[in-house]
Write a protein that binds this ligand. Structure first.
Ligand code: DGL
Length: 259
């Protein structure tokens, strides 16, 4: 079936998930929606995050998407249950990779860097309770990081300083695994690698989300099978320059959209 996969995020961060999806589903058409005008979602109320997620979903459904990837930890942890109850299309969500981190840690101390909206959600609380038993979890809100990435300032001194401020206390506490609980943060990995020693594992959920997307499409008999060049369309409701710089590839269209 050639209907596209729909992907949305509060901004450009979900392109880190799109890249994983593209790797294992190279035949699929995709439509990506960056709601950058409303970023960051992380400081908004649960109700506001839900209303924005509904708006994004309805746009992608108008475009006949066969499955929607909520490529945003904050939107997943605050709104995915309601989205699943309201719409028939399958939703794939993303939440901080507590389980793999708990399995991997040797010090039994794990750091989680995520937005306030994610860290205060019931879903995050419940997942931590189930999978992090016997593990000490050090939570850190990444206030300001999404804004810097949205502004194209990934490699700035300002970003590095903020990261050091957030990561240092976790290192002092002896973490050996750092969970990136926001889809914007994989873009910080090169900077993080300069701050962290090589024995600290950086864990994110992007690949798992892509695998789950493939499994669900396969189960529903909806995998794209036609051997044609897939189409990828990216929409942003602000200036498209940063988004464009993140998905520089052939056969990709990046456009401004008012929504
Ligand atoms: N990429 C979003 C996430 O994964 C960022 C949320 C925000 O806009 O604060 O949580």
């Amino acid at each position: 079936m050639q209907n596209p996969i729909g992907i949305f995020d509060s901004g450009v961060g979900g392109t880190s998930i799109w890249k994983e999806i593209r790797k294992i589903l190279p035949l699929e058409d995709t439509i990506y929606l960056a709601d950058s005008k409303n970023a960051p979602y992380g400081s908004k109320s649960e109700e506001e995050i839900l209303q924005l997620s509904i708006k994004n979903t309805e746009y992608l459904l108008e475009k006949k998407c066969k499955l929607i990837v909520v490529a945003c930890n904050t939107a997943t942890t605050n709104a995915i249950d309601e989205l699943r109850a309201k719409y028939e299309v399958p939703f794939i969500g993303i939440e901080p990779a507590i389980k793999p981190a708990a399995l991997r840690t040797k010090t039994k101390k794990v750091g989680v860097l995520a937005t306030k909206g994610t860290l205060t959600s019931n879903l995050f609380y419940n997942t931590s309770k189930i999978f992090a038993e016997g593990i000490q979890v050090f939570e850190q809100e990444g206030t300001g990081l999404v804004e810097l990435i949205e502004a194209g300032k990934v490699n700035s001194e300002e970003t590095k300083k903020l990261l050091v401020r957030y990561i240092d206390p976790m290192l002092q506490n002896g973490i050996d695994s750092l969970v990136l609980g926001c889809t914007h943060y994989p873009y910080l990995i090169p900077v993080l690698k300069k701050i962290l020693s090589t024995d600290i594992s950086i864990i994110d959920s992007g690949e798992a989300v892509a695998r789950q997307t493939k499994a669900v499409l396969d189960k529903q008999g909806q995998l794209a099978s036609e051997n044609k060049t897939p189409k990828h369309i990216f929409y942003s409701n602000t200036d498209i320059t940063v988004l464009q710089s993140m998905v520089k590839e052939p056969n990709i269209q990046v456009a401004h959209l008012d929504f």
